[in-house]
Design a protein around this ligand. Structure first.
Ligand SMILES: *Cc1c(COP(=O)(O)O)cnc(C)c1O
Length: 469
């Protein structure tokens, strides 16, 4: 039919007409003239293509202004905006690991806004050391003689190996040549650190005699790596830290113990599986112990190195230290986090990581029960929302076999997997994204890490139910 031919493109409003529309002041006020004009042009371009493809109507100037506003709004949403981690993994590396305690957030904010005595000794007025702010705390909490801080534990391992074994040999059990994830594999890190890897023992069994046979005048370090993200079970043997420290001493070399997650307290006190503590590793005689700041410790990303004074001093003299050091913001957050450990009785209240890990299944289930009607209403009748038991994980390679009884909302669709995928995508696209886990034909929202119920209900109200059906 003649009448259904493409509408004349010349009926599209001009850029200046759009910038005079009723919605234009709001657009210009929020995003400025240049970004607003660019967005209007982009929307007009889309409209032109749509008309050529047979779109039935021409948008008004006001329509285009509103579309430009929506477009900039969408672009303006930060990819790093807060989200709800309902995956059931408490320390989720891809979701930023530990949520920081309030005291750490405040300390970091203060350090961001104002100058601080980062490398300045307030008593003498002379230059100070940035690590001094946390050195005494780390020593008190671990029993070590000295301590230093770098960007993360991967950096701690790298600089320690480079300092202790550059051009020399690093002896490690074949059962501990781990990959942490990404490109962090122990043999590769050794090579980059300049250490020659000497593998001893077998995958499942390594004995004291294996280490002793490998000792030589070339030995720079014996490395022990906590197999944090996997377990070797069955017919196994490993040499304990105390014995290894003694063997290393026979070659006048230090033992380095990479604990990975590293915890400062005995977790069995909170009903969790025991992990080796940093204090124990130090007491066993390790010269250097490395561990993460944002795993079980519950602080910001950081790598801690504690141990004997002469070794820490050598690490601090390594030129790599400057490249791997941390900034005032994190240092302030670390100091505040470590201070909480001086009062273990109140730690579970104050440290979010521990608070989340110690929530009981009954408490979580009650929360799921409260929220079930809200979620059922938000997702609509096409989905069935039930309360179910599930298992949370600690995550970040800590206690890999240990799951914790939890509860959540289990969402199923009569329409099958596609509908669930669409729902999961819509939840990810909310103003405050909701991230669950699809498993066995259901989308599970593990409620363990849900702290702000009101914000959760409020973000759910933005779910476009019609787009899901
Ligand atoms: C996690 C881990 C690392 C790396 O620590 P990051 O803080 O992620 O850099 C190194 N070694 C072990 C044993 C680990 O578990």
């Amino acid at each position: 039919m003649e009448g259904s031919r493409a509408l004349p493109l010349r009926d599209l409003p001009s850029v200046s007409a759009v910038l005079s529309a009723a919605a234009a002041p709001a657009l210009l006020e929020r995003f400025g003239r240049i970004a607003s004009t660019d967005a209007v042009r982009a929307v007009l371009g889309d409209a032109r293509r749509a008309l050529r493809a047979g779109a039935p109507s021409v948008p008004s100037a006001q329509d285009v202004a509103l579309l430009a506003l929506a477009r900039l709004d969408q672009e303006d949403r930060s990819g790093l905006r807060p989200l709800f981690n309902l995956t059931g993994t408490v320390l989720h590396t891809n979701l930023g690991r530990a949520a920081l305690p309030e005291a750490a957030v405040e300390a970091a904010m203060a350090a961001m806004r104002e100058p601080v005595a980062l490398e300045f000794d307030l008593e003498t007025g002379r230059r100070g050391e940035r690590d001094d702010h946390v050195r005494a705390l780390l020593c008190a909490l671990t029993g070590a003689e000295d301590a230093t801080v770098v960007n993360n534990n991967a950096a701690a391992v790298l600089i320690s190996l480079n300092t202790l074994a550059n051009g020399r040999e690093a002896i490690v059990s074949r059962g501990e040549l781990i990959e942490i994830g990404g490109a962090f594999r122990m043999p590769d890190i050794m090579a980059r650190a300049g250490a020659r890897l000497v593998e001893v023992g077998t995958t499942n069994r390594t004995h004291a005699r294996d280490y002793r046979a490998a000792l030589s005048t070339e030995t720079g370090v014996i490395l022990k790596v906590h197999t944090s993200n996997y377990r070797i079970q069955g017919f196994t043997a490993e040499v304990g830290g105390a014995e290894l420290a003694q063997i290393a001493g026979e070659a006048n070399a230090p033992l380095m113990n990479d604990l990975g997650s590293g915890t400062l307290i005995d977790l069995s006190r909170y009903g969790m599986q025991k992990e080796p503590t940093v204090r124990e590793a130090v007491a066993e005689g390790a010269g250097v112990v490395t561990f993460s700041g944002d795993k079980l410790l519950g602080g910001p990303q950081a790598g801690f190195i504690v141990g004997r004074r002469a070794l820490i001093a050598a690490i601090n003299r390594n030129p790599m230290k400057r490249a791997l050091r941390i900034d005032k913001i994190r240092l302030a957050a670390i100091e505040a986090t470590l201070k909480l450990y001086r009062d273990p009785d109140r730690l579970a209240e104050r440290l979010p990581t521990l608070r989340l890990l110690t929530r009981t299944q009954a408490e979580i289930e009650a929360q799921a029960r409260r929220l079930q009607p809200e979620v059922a209403q938000a997702v609509g009748a096409a989905f069935a929302v039930t309360i179910g038991e599930c298992r949370s994980q600690i995550g970040s390679g800590a206690l890999p076999l240990d799951t914790i009884a939890s509860a959540g909302l289990v969402i199923r669709s009569g329409a099958g997997g596609r509908a669930l995928e669409r729902l999961a995508a819509a939840l990810r696209n909310l103003p405050r994204p909701v991230i669950g886990r699809i498993e066995d034909g259901a989308l599970t929202l593990d409620m363990r890490c849900l702290t702000d119920e009101a914000a959760f209900v409020s973000t759910l109200s933005a779910l476009d139910r019609d787009a899901l059906a």
